[in-house]
Design a protein around this ligand. Structure first.
Ligand code: C2E
Ligand code: CA
Ligand code: CA
Length: 575
């Protein structure tokens, strides 16, 4: 392989006030003096007269020497042997060497061993020698600069761009080797950063990089740091990836092994016709399947994941046709106010379904995350909002009352600078009040890009929209933060309800949350309520509203209307 992993030394940039150093290895005193005199005004010369002295000088200052001028006939050693050693040692292999010789025959061999140029003896006029020396140093420093951008500053591994290039190059020369694409991702690296400090966290990354290099470098594998805490490795197939990962975790964390979890995804032996980046995307997909697991840290990209990927691609391909063909339907799930004895309908949530002509009904849990990754979600959400506004208007006209409906506003929508305007236009176009449409914004959106989200939410509230914080309890908002957040309703995450009730009636957490809502004077909605005992417990605690299968699943608009009729005091239908 052409480019093996190395913890590269980055080129030391000579300061402006410092002359570059040239090592002159020449045993004849007169020649040494002549060369030194030619170069001394521009460079700092280090003249030595033997192989041993040359070695000593290199050992002491290999990082500082910009060029070696090397005579072949030395009293103690042959110049070719010195050249060979220089080129074999990774610390000195990048120092350019110009050979000083009167022997035409030796030139080819010197070039093969790695000399960059010759200066014949007797020496040409000073200008020629100076020009050759200058040019050689310039070329070598340009190359160093390229090497510099090839490498990640912190770990010395390749940067992403070079990595993909070298990996592809590896394939060209090793067609028959089974090679695997690996992704190593540190779980919750941000937390390590916050808890132990940047210096410690950087140390972890450097140790991971070193451990990777020592594990796969010998077999010709290459590695890169893809992003802060994600590493890519391309290497000949390994037999035991669990042992590989264990070795890296141990090396990276030493005593504090428990502190750090790394997940490893492997795309093993992919067909070489599969694009390099795709192989790593697949390894990443595999790695993400063990994101939340405490027992499994290694996952292989397999057939099931492949099928899922193909399915996902199909959905993405067919998205536009589905929008045009009105294959997306908006369902409505009622929300009930459970404070009165007899619960009353207080609104609904709009939830989208894809009624696919061949694949049947597809749940948003499947396609929403796909569309969120590439911005299609905005188009879909606009469609859903438009449909919802039309429905609300229709019910208003038909029943003479308003059923406020909440729509989901994705994180991606929140970053759209035209969001407020778009929503305002929709409401005006539908002849509705702003308070008729509630907006559900997920808790994690608030924690991701707090400042921008909060300012958008403030503008939406000032306009008159009602903001519900969705999936509350799934993110990590601190109490302080919640107290300052602009929200009108807290919508408790379904998983939260499930966990609380699973632990056999340990309702203390839930009580705390209800109290938080009370302190903030915002009503709370519990979603995913399926059982009577859940409803009773929530009611007792003072939870205002409930949504869930206990009352009703999401329904097509026609069926949802039945709830409106039932709830209307005297069946006040207008037509
Ligand atoms: P969500 O906003 O948290 O919606 C609640 C989900 O819980 C819905 O799943 C609903 O059908 C389900 N659910 C309601 N009551 C119960 C219950 O008692 N038991 C159980 N097991 N489930 C219940 P759905 O409709 O599959 O939606 C999944 C997620 O997809 C939603 O979670 C939301 O994040 C997203 N989503 C749905 N429609 C849209 C949309 O139009 N736009 C955007 N951006 N996201 C949407
Ligand atoms: Ca929701
Ligand atoms: Ca939710």
């Amino acid at each position: 392989m052409t480019a093996e992993i190395r913890n590269s030394e980055l080129p030391s940039e000579p300061g402006a006030d410092r002359k570059r150093k040239i090592l002159i290895v020449e045993d004849e005193f007169v020649n040494r003096e002549i060369l030194s005199a030619m170069l001394a005004s521009e460079y700092e010369v280090i003249p030595v007269g033997s192989g041993a002295d040359a070695e000593e000088a290199l050992r002491r200052q290999f990082g500082e020497i910009s060029l070696v001028l090397l005579d072949l006939n030395l009293p103690d050693r042959h110049g070719l042997d010195i050249l060979r050693e220089l080129k074999d040692d990774p610390r000195t292999s990048k120092i350019p060497v110009i050979v000083l010789t009167s022997d035409k025959e030796a030139e080819v061999e010197c070039l093969n061993v790695g000399a960059i140029d010759f200066i014949p003896k007797p020496y040409p006029i000073p200008k020629v020698v100076q020009a050759r020396v200058r040019r050689t140093i310039e070329l070598s420093e340009d190359r160093d600069l390229i090497r510099y951008t090839e490498r990640d500053h912190l770990t010395g591994l390749y940067t992403r761009e070079y990595f993909y290039r070298y990996a592809a190059q590896y394939d060209v020369y090793n067609r028959d080797v089974q090679t695997d694409a690996l992704v190593l991702d540190v779980n919750h690296f941000q937390m390590i950063n916050e808890r132990f400090g940047k210096q410690y966290a950087d140390g972890v990354l450097v140790r991971i990089a070193r451990a990777i290099v020592s594990a796969v470098g010998a077999s010709g594998g290459i590695a890169c740091r893809r992003s802060a805490d994600m590493f890519l490795v391309y290497c000949p197939h390994l037999l035991d990836y669990q042992a590989f990962l264990d070795g890296i975790v141990t090396a990276a964390c030493g005593e504090d092994k428990g502190r750090i979890r790394i997940r490893l995804g492997v795309c093993a032996g992919a067909d070489k016709s599969v694009e390099m980046q795709t192989r790593f995307d697949r390894a990443k997909i595999a790695a993400d399947t063990v994101r939340g697991s405490f027992t499994d840290c290694v996952a292989f990209y397999d057939n099931a994941m492949h099928e899922k990927e193909i399915y996902a691609e199909r959905l993405l391909d067919e998205f536009q046709a589905a929008i045009d063909g009105k294959q997306f339907s908006v369902y409505f799930q009622p929300k009930f106010d459970v404070r009165p004895e007899k619960p009353i309908l207080s609104g609904a949530e709009a939830l989208v379904r894809w009624i696919h002509p061949e694949l049947g009904v597809i749940s948003p849990g499947v396609f929403i995350p796909l569309f969120e990754n590439n911005g299609l979600i905005r188009m879909l959400d606009h469609y859903v909002w438009q449909e919802t506004v039309e429905r609300i208007g229709e019910w208003k006209r038909k029943f003479g009352c308003t059923v406020p409906v909440s729509v989901n506003v994705s994180r991606v929508d929140m970053l759209d600078p035209d969001l407020v305007e778009t929503l305002v236009d929709l409401i005006r176009g539908g002849g509705l009040e702003f308070s008729d449409l509630h907006l559900e914004i997920t808790e994690t959106a608030y924690t991701e890009d707090a400042r921008q989200i909060i300012s958008t939410v403030n503008r939406l509230r000032e306009t008159g929209f009602v903001i519900e914080m969705d999936d509350f309890g799934s993110g990590y908002s601190s109490l302080n933060m919640i107290a300052t957040l602009p929200i009108d309703v807290l919508k408790l995450d379904m998983a939260f309800i499930r966990n609380v009730f699973r632990e056999n009636g340990n309702l203390r957490m839930l009580k705390v949350i209800v109290e938080i809502a009370e302190t903030l004077s915002v009503p709370m909605i519990a979603e995913g309520v399926e059982k009577e005992e859940q409803l009773n417990a929530l009611r007792e605690m003072g939870c205002a509203m409930v949504q869930g299968y206990y009352f009703s699943p999401p329904l097509p608009p026609g069926e949802f209307e039945k709830h409106i009729r039932e709830w209307l005091p005297q069946g006040r239908e207008k037509e």
